[in-house]
Design a protein around this ligand. Structure first.
Ligand SMILES: [Zn+2]
Length: 992
């Protein structure tokens, strides 16, 4: 048996040490949870029994994993049995506790109708079907990977929602059996592969991120930048996955990421039929999820300590080698496109090689578990760990640093004595929080020393980044000023392949690689699925602007004027559409496909090629004709960009702030919790234990990465692309970057915020809120208690205490993208800073050059208010009112003029009196500008609500007086209500 074989055998054995259905059969099955499934699988996998050494690794890993995730639990002195009061019959009283918020969900009818024997059969069949035996012999690595990837996929219909969230321990149901199996497998692997049986935590990150993404001329560049970074990050993580398995990566969660599935199927030898139902295998369009950029630029892994340096160095080499290959391939394609014979000594090859030599920047830090010394039947020795931590913590009078000085550790390392009950003696697994904290600080210190390499570049620079030389076939051309470059590589490309370079554009190696990525990645996808005649992934702001008008046209299509059909047929490329629009197109005729897929390309191409006023005049004529003959109104020209970011992610991961932590007692099953608190009345040590905060455990990290995985892979995309007309550009971890049509902008922002936490103020059964505020005909998702149910799966989200801030920019499709992106970042920062987090901010960039900025908290009182009454609810209702026939948009202008003359709040001594003055005046203005009695009453009420919000949100709007905030609020609502945006409405005049 080779070492490698032992390693993967150990991991497979770790995966079957506990049956997945443990929670459901515990206490109901006479064979015990280790009979049944486990016995049957072990028989299949290890007919001669588990090798002793493997058995040893797994026991140790199981103990560490259990200790790290549920440090202590009462058990009888000297006996193995738990106290009767500490036992839970999960099938009768199934309860899950949200690991981040403590919210509880119970499954009312229980699972007693599921027969344990049936369950075990289903589970054993499921895992048996995942054993990979290509030639009759077990492929240990492929089997471990198949268990990891498909074990959590529901094996039977009657286990629908629960399977994925089955708890590891019914008494502490705050983490899943899958998290426990992942961690046990990761630790067991590290024990098996390390001579001194020592795991280490490894953190790696890649950069630069912001600059690389922001250097974009078009949204296709923007997408390419994000997607390339995500692809690069995967290239690094792939090394870890191949060497020690994807379960070793605690953050991000890789299960279900399409790129990872692609690798499992194409390179790891997992049987093809396992993947056949997955969307990336089925969707033969540019809406294929492989096009989604879904991985953050960093990861955290458990690896064998002795291999840390080698693994980190391999990651770095692998990522850079991948970049070199990709850049070289891009240069070759450019030469082909320019019809230039390939010659090895062309300067462009050496340029690209030199420019990308140190790309990306790679940082890593590691902390070995050997800093903690395991001791037989005693608390581990932490002397070395304390010494390693000391330099990173401000000196506090003789206190031990960080976790070691915390109340939590005092309690865990002390002895809790309860009549006849003892607690586990902590093992090194319990010290995970201290190791993570140290790692976090070491990593931050590494990053502050930025590697800097001098590059000598000459002549004019790349048109996109302005940093590096542009690629050339003759070095002396580099000195040519912009007007004189008629015979360059780029001049040729611009003529033959305008989508790769606009006239005059000259790009460096890195920017060229980015520019070609939308074409090159399409070919990668083609290896997985037939995507027909898609040649390049084209996302454009113009498509997004037109999406509103195209969607309306599709509801009631007319035949296209022949001149337009003829023009559209002249274009090969297709615009990548929002998935909802693409779905509408599926049953539509050729005209519809032509219009939706090609019109954005036609108009963009005309604009890109335009040189003088005559050309622009011609574009205006085309647009005018389209308005008259196709849409009946001027096509929408604005689009929205959204940037959402989870608040305080670092603090969530490190649990550095008390409010982000739960006490031990709060994570217990209610039944056990109630009894424990009863006993604690007479036992101070137990009481202290129950109320002490838990520190971050591996399962907590997995819960966070799992929540973010579900959010970024499935739910954010579903919201943006299926429920609204939008296109996801990037979604990795807690970050989302998306383009949305203006009429869907506000509800998209709001629903993303709700889904992120799994909250729905007022309850998700509020059909009025779904219709009026979220613009959906009916309830589309089950949202609440930190969870979201979607397509037969229950997703655990970040929970009610986690918040996110969102910035959005509304811009004209011709506005320079670099400027729009800059504004977007500032807007997102404004939501965090001026809005005090858990807020949104909108910047409206009008074509005239003027801008409106609105900043507002997401909720004034999350627990009390309904979604309809929330600030965003009010903004959307106001917009709806302006768009409808009952309220003149003139009201917005009149109120703005009037508000400008108001004294600031400082002039008023009493804010409530000020509010009442504002409310009366707003109600009056709204009533006067309304038609019909019902509208008058309704709109007067909107006025009062706005006045109240102006007072209650004070201090979180970036405005020093309520009137200025109201003006921003009305300006945004009014702009989004303009003609053509929300269905039809006669032009009312009054627009400025
Ligand atoms: Zn460049």
């Amino acid at each position: 048996m080779t070492i490698n074989d032992i390693f993967w055998r150990t991991k497979v054995a770790a995966w079957v040490h506990d049956p997945a259905e443990k929670a459901l059969v515990l206490l109901r099955d006479p064979a015990g949870h280790e009979g049944g499934t486990v016995a049957r699988l072990k028989e299949q996998l290890f007919p001669a029994g588990l090798p002793t050494e493997v058995q040893k690794f797994i026991e140790k890993a199981d103990h560490w994993a259990a200790a790290a995730d549920r440090p202590q639990f009462p058990r009888e002195k000297d006996g193995g049995r738990f106290q009767p009061w500490a036992q839970v019959r999960f099938a009768e009283t199934p309860e899950l506790v949200h690991p981040l918020s403590g919210e509880r969900i119970t499954i009312k009818q229980g699972f007693t109708d599921l027969d344990p024997a049936h369950l075990k059969a289903v589970s054993a069949d499921h895992f048996e079907s995942l054993i990979v035996k290509p030639n009759g012999d077990i492929d240990w690595r492929a089997t471990a990977l198949a268990f990891w990837r498909f074990g959590p996929e529901r094996p039977a219909r009657d286990l629908n929602l629960l399977w994925y969230l089955l708890p590891a321990d019914t008494r502490v149901p705050d983490h899943t059996i899958w998290a426990h199996l992942d961690l046990t497998s990761a630790l067991a692997g590290a024990f098996a592969a390390d001579p001194s049986l020592t795991p280490a935590l490894l953190a790696m990150s890649f950069g630069p991120v912001q600059d690389f993404i922001a250097q974009a001329r078009s949204t296709s560049d923007l997408w390419a930048g994000s997607h390339l970074l995500s692809r690069l990050a995967w290239e690094g993580m792939r090394v870890i996955c191949e060497e020690v398995g994807p379960d070793s990566i605690l953050f991000p969660q890789l299960r279900g990421v399409p790129l990872v599935d692609f690798w499992l199927q194409q390179e790891m030898g997992l049987p093809e039929e396992l993947f056949k139902k997955l969307e990336w295998r089925k969707r033969g369009t540019d809406a294929n999820p492989l096009f989604a950029a879904a991985l953050p630029n960093r990861f955290l892994a458990v690896v064998p300590a002795s291999q840390v340096r080698e693994l980190a160095e391999t990651v770095k080499e692998q990522v850079r080698a991948w970049v070199q290959d990709e850049a070289r391939a891009a240069v070759e394609e450019l030469l082909r496109a320019g019809n230039i014979p390939h010659q090895e000594d062309l300067p462009c090859f050496t340029q690209a090689k030199r420019q990308l030599k140190d790309f990306p920047e790679v940082y890593w830090a590691a902390v070995p578990w050997s800093l903690v010394k395991e001791q037989d039947r005693a608390v581990p020795d932490t002397t070395e760990l304390a010494a390693a931590m000391a330099p990173f913590f401000p000196e506090e009078d003789n206190e031990k640093p960080g976790f070691l000085g915390s109340n939590t550790w005092q309690v865990l390392s002390g002895n809790i004595d309860l009549d006849g009950v003892s607690f586990y003696c902590p093992n090194p697994g319990v010290l995970y929080p201290a190791l993570y904290d140290l790692l976090d600080r070491v990593a931050a210190a590494t990053k502050s020393v930025r590697p800097f390499s001098q590059i000598s570049e000459r002549g004019y620079r790349c048109s996109l980044c302005g940093e590096r030389e542009w690629l050339t076939t003759e070095r002396k051309q580099l000195d040519l000023p912009p007007g004189k470059r008629d015979d360059t590589l780029w001049a040729k490309i611009a003529k033959k392949k305008p989508s790769w370079a606009r006239e005059g554009e000259h790009l460096c190696g890195l920017c060229a690689m980015k520019r070609l990525w939308p074409s090159r990645f399409v070919e990668v996808v083609r290896r997985a699925v037939d995507i027909g005649d898609v040649r390049r992934y084209v996302v454009s702001t113009h498509t997004m602007a037109l999406a509103t008008s195209l969607g309306q046209w599709l509801d009631d299509p007319t035949s296209l004027p022949p001149w337009l059909s003829a023009q559209l047929q002249g274009y090969q490329e297709q615009a990548a559409l929002p998935r909802s629009l693409a779905a509408q197109l599926r049953d539509a005729d050729e005209d519809a496909n032509l219009l939706c897929r090609r019109l954005p390309i036609l108009l963009d191409t005309l604009r890109e090629a335009a040189k003088d006023e005559g050309d622009y005049e011609q574009i205006r004529e085309v647009e005018q004709k389209i308005k008259e003959e196709v849409f009946g109104h001027r096509p929408e020209a604005y689009y929205g960009l959204i940037m959402m970011d989870g608040d305080k992610m670092g603090a969530w991961l490190s649990g550095s702030e008390e409010k982000f932590r739960l006490s031990f007692g709060e994570t217990w099953h209610s039944q056990v919790k109630a009894k424990a608190f009863e006993l604690a009345r007479d036992n101070e040590a137990l009481r202290q234990y129950l109320t002490t905060s838990r520190s971050p455990s591996p399962a907590r990290h997995m819960a966070i990465s799992g929540a973010l995985n579900g959010f970024s892979l499935e739910l954010a995309r579903h919201v943006i692309e299926d429920l609204y007309r939008g296109k996801l550009l990037y979604s990795g971890g807690d970050d989302v970057l998306a383009m949305v049509s203006v009429d869907d902008l506000l509800p998209t922002m709001l629903l993303l915020r709700l889904v992120y936490s799994g909250i729905f103020p007022g309850g998700d059964d509020d059909t009025d809120a779904w219709r009026e505020v979220l613009g959906q005909q009916k309830k589309r998702l089950d949202i609440g208690r930190g969870h979201v149910r979607h397509r037969k799966r229950l997703y655990r989200m970040m929970g009610k205490d986690a918040t996110a801030s969102t910035g959005a920019v509304i811009a004209h499709h011709t506005a320079p993208l670099a400027m729009v992106l800059r504004t977007l970042r500032q807007t997102e920062k404004r939501a965090k800073n001026e809005g005090g987090r858990d807020a949104f901010s909108v910047t409206l960039l009008k074509r005239s050059g003027s801008a409106v900025e609105l900043t507002c908290p997401w909720f004034v009182n999350k627990e009390m208010e309904s979604l309809t009454a929330s600030p965003m609810g009010l903004l959307i209702r106001l917009r709806n009112a302006f768009a409808g026939p009952g309220l003149s948009r003139r009201a917005a202008y009149l109120i703005q003029d009037w508000a400008a003359q108001l004294p600031g709040e400082k002039a008023m001594t009493d804010p409530e009196q000020h509010e009442s003055m504002l409310a009366t005046s707003l109600a009056y203005q709204f009533r006067r500008q309304s038609k019909g009695e019902a509208a008058q009453m309704n709109n007067a009420r909107l006025g009062k609500e706005l006045a109240r919000l102006a007072r209650t949100s004070q201090g979180r709007t970036g405005r020093d007086n309520p009137a200025a905030f109201m003006t921003d609020f009305l300006a945004v609502a009014e702009f989004l209500a303009r003609e053509g945006r929300l269905g039809s409405k006669e032009e009312q005049g009054g627009s400025r």
